[in-house]
Design a protein around this ligand. Structure first.
Ligand SMILES: [Zn+2]
Length: 312
């Protein structure tokens, strides 16, 4: 399946981050992205809306006329996508489910999560995203797409991943950050209790962004070369990465080092991951934080980074 997905080039690209994470400036009313970037088309962002309405009314239907139902849990709306592109995108996301569950070993959705059906809204290009996404959803568009979880405890809430196609790849066709953002949807539904803001009450970015990167790269079978290169620098103690927030980190720490921290914990300390996820799934953020900050794996972490940098 992975080979098929790759062959179809329905892949999320995490290009070299050229920016530091910045607070959104002059954010419009409504959801505030967790981070904004100056280089469009690079990094995804997140936001939170109450109820996550597709507020554009007629504009939304006019700009995104294609409505394609992949499955009862997944629907695509798009400006222009061919039947083959729709099918391949559905398949890429559907096959990610089993991969994700194999990694996080959940036993079903967290309590009070009614985000049963994800809508993926696909604009034709960065320019189209900029032209319409703010008008329709009230979001910042200086980013590579955005997942709006909304309030999963509200019946009728519509979780929505807003994204756009790359226009700079040839041959092929891609949606920016497709598998990364879908991992956020699954993580929010199966690992993280409550809405986006609830999960930010303690530093959880190492997990949220690290897992999204880990799932995206490992599912697609793509080597995360930026992170591998970073590993050789031994920049951060593991303990420091557990303190990562969107405010105190740049894109390299958030994504590459988040990936390394999650991969290390999954590969070397799966029991700790189980413990931490047990707390995340019940919204016991303080207990998760307490467990993480009690760990002392620094020497093993550094030895592991060396092996990763060497290509294993
Ligand atoms: Zn993300």
């Amino acid at each position: 399946m992975r080979a098929l997905v790759t062959a179809l080039l329905i892949t999320a690209i995490a290009a070299t981050p050229l920016q530091t994470a910045q607070a959104a400036q002059a954010a419009p009313p409504g959801p505030k992205p967790d981070h904004a970037v100056t280089d469009p088309g690079q990094r995804p962002a997140h936001g939170n809306t109450k109820g996550a309405p597709g507020g554009g009314g007629g504009l939304e239907s006019r700009i995104l006329p294609i409505v394609h139902t992949c499955s009862p849990s997944l629907r695509i709306r798009a400006q222009e996508m061919t039947a083959a592109q729709l099918t391949a995108t559905c398949e890429s996301l559907a096959n990610q489910d089993a991969f994700f569950h194999g990694v996080v070993k959940d036993s079903g959705p967290v309590a009070n999560d009614y985000n049963t059906t994800l809508e993926v809204d696909v604009f034709n290009s960065s320019a189209d995203y900029k032209a319409y996404a703010r008008k329709i959803y009230g979001i910042d568009t200086n980013n590579g797409g955005m997942y709006l979880e909304g309030d999963p405890a509200t019946a009728g809430n519509q979780p929505r991943f807003i994204c756009y196609e790359r226009t700079d790849v040839s041959p092929g066709w891609q949606i920016w950050n497709l598998n990364h953002e879908y991992a956020h949807y699954l993580d929010g539904r199966f690992d993280l209790y409550g809405d986006f803001n609830a999960g930010q009450t303690t530093p959880t970015v190492w997990w949220g962004e690290g897992l999204a990167e880990y799932i995206s790269y490992s599912y697609r079978g793509v080597s995360y070369t930026n992170a591998i290169a970073e590993a050789g620098k031994h920049t951060y103690p593991l303990r420091t990465l557990f303190d990562t927030t969107y405010a105190n980190s740049d894109a390299t720490r958030t994504y590459s080092w988040g990936y390394l921290a999650v991969r290390y914990m999954i590969e070397r300390h799966p029991d700790d991951v189980t413990t931490v996820l047990g707390h995340y799934r019940t919204g016991n953020w303080a207990a998760a934080r307490s467990h993480l900050t009690s760990l002392d794996y620094e020497s093993d972490w550094n030895a592991w980074l060396t092996t990763v940098a060497a290509g294993s």
